[in-house]
Design a protein around this ligand. Structure first.
Ligand SMILES: NC(=O)c1ccc[n+]([C@@H]2O[C@H](COP(=O)([O-])OP(=O)(O)OC[C@H]3O[C@@H](n4cnc5c(N)ncnc54)[C@H](O)[C@@H]3O)[C@@H](O)[C@H]2O)c1
Ligand SMILES: O=C(O)[C@H](O)COP(=O)(O)O
Length: 409
């Protein structure tokens, strides 16, 4: 599939799930005015219709970009996840179609860490159940099951951007921090890495999960793992809903093995704010339930809007793919005085040689050339004399193994 870059006002940008206005501002400042904006996510059928003529799509954690949806989005050249998680996008399918996927790996991490710390303090004091009781007209003034955070052990599972920040914040309260991660990680502050999940679960007063959704983390915490936690301890999950067996967690709370929990993410979440939230955890006074708002602060959303829209604009304007999660990364300055071509191909031997040969035969002068590959695809960026761009694109289209070719203006 070959594409000439369109006039910017012809490039359709589909924004879903109420991404922050800052994203719209970034696109508009860069000259992209054809923006279709939706406050909610779209179901598969509506999504297929809206995405059919879109060149870029921006979404958050709810919208499912399946293989099927991507295959039908014939004009799509870039995907922006305005969040951290990218599990809602079939990354392999996007790669196969030559579509880079970008996200915001840092912008909401502090928001999650702050929320979790607040929840830990509230749960250690038994506040959620006292709050629920007060709303029913009951008065639970006593110190039973009420503890300071100081001196308690926080166990972090997944010591990445969020887990590390949480650890540092917790230490400022005088908590001891241990963590479990599949990688060896540099402990920040006085944190200590433990090497089994059992050691973490049995050694912590508060356990907090900060792992991504992967095959390995699916149902990582079930009845067996909950039983390994200390009696009277606290469990927090603001990572992904697939990581925890929720019925097992509900049983552990009802049996008073755990003193409380805070859950922000669920295996099945309502599609919109108008749909009912269904969970076996509903009605348990010592469980804080939040509607996947760990990263939903105005600061985080504004920064995410600027960051991800900026990455999409850069890719559209000059082909730069830095920080793409499924694609060869190429960092490129703005080009002046030349035509820049982007060529995405199946990663087989000889593609670059064939492009160079074809250009040589046609007398096309190459001013600059960049190549990066993943196992499956190669990404070549070439600059040619500005009057030779269209001819060069025609030649690129003919190369065997081409997935996409694009000429930037
Ligand atoms: N609730 C929310 O609104 C919200 C907001 C932001 C992020 N998140 C979720 O939180 C997750 C973590 O975010 P982050 O920025 O800290 O990610 P990160 O990639 O920086 O850290 C994840 C850590 O988990 C570790 N890990 C991976 N698999 C593991 C396993 N099987 N066992 C133990 N450790 C494992 C990794 O090595 C890494 O250190 C995200 O993937 C996202 O799904 C949720
Ligand atoms: O992956 C993330 O960053 C979080 O889960 C937040 O997702 P959201 O943007 O849909 O709230």
């Amino acid at each position: 599939m070959a594409q000439y870059s369109l006039e910017k006002d012809k490039i359709k940008i589909l924004l879903l799930e109420g991404v922050h206005q800052s994203a719209v501002d970034v696109f508009q400042r860069a000259g992209y005015s054809n923006i279709e904006y939706h406050k909610a996510s779209l179901g598969e059928e509506a999504l297929q219709t809206a995405i059919k003529d879109a060149h870029f799509v921006g979404l958050r954690s709810r919208t499912q970009l399946t293989d099927n949806v991507i295959a039908k989005a014939e004009k799509l050249v870039g995907i922006g996840c305005f969040c951290i998680g990218t599990n809602q996008v079939n990354l392999k399918a996007a790669e196969k179609h030559g579509i880079p996927v970008f996200n915001a790996p840092f912008s909401n991490t502090r928001s999650v860490a702050e929320l979790v710390l607040g929840q830990a303090i509230m749960l250690l004091r038994g506040i959620p159940k006292r709050n629920a009781a007060a709303h029913r007209g009951e008065w639970l003034k006593n110190a039973i099951g009420s503890f300071e955070a100081r001196g308690k052990t926080l166990g972090v599972i997944g010591y990445g951007h969020i887990g590390t920040q949480l650890g540092i914040l917790a230490e400022t309260l005088g908590m001891r921090v241990i963590f479990f991660d599949i990688e060896d990680k540099l402990p920040l502050g006085n944190a200590q890495q433990v090497h089994t999940i059992e050691a973490l679960l049995s050694g912590s007063d508060v356990v907090s999960l900060h792992v991504p959704e992967t095959k390995q983390t699916k149902d990582m915490i079930g009845a067996k793992e909950l039983a390994q936690m200390r009696k009277g301890s606290i469990f927090i999950n603001a990572s992904r809903g697939t990581v925890v067996d929720i019925p097992a967690l509900a049983s552990s709370i009802k049996e008073n093995h755990l003193a409380g929990a805070a859950i922000d993410v669920f295996p099945v979440e309502p599609k919109s704010n108008n749909d009912e939230f269904i969970s076996p955890l509903r009605g348990l006074d010592n469980v804080i339930l939040t509607p996947h708002v760990g990263g939903s602060t105005l600061e985080a959303q504004e920064n995410i809007g600027i960051e991800v829209a900026g990455k999409l604009v850069k890719y559209s304007d000059n082909g730069s793919t830095m920080t793409a999660v499924n694609f060869p990364e190429v960092s490129l300055a703005q080009h002046t005085g030349t035509s820049r071509l982007l060529h995405i191909h199946h990663n087989r031997p000889g593609v670059l040689i064939k492009i160079n040969q074809a250009f040589a035969e046609q007398g096309i002068n190459i001013a600059a050339q960049y190549l990066q590959t993943t196992i499956d695809i190669g990404y070549v960026v070439m600059e040619v004399d500005s009057d030779q761009g269209s001819k060069a694109l025609e030649q690129m289209k003919l190369i065997e193994g081409t997935i996409r070719a694009r000429l930037l203006r």
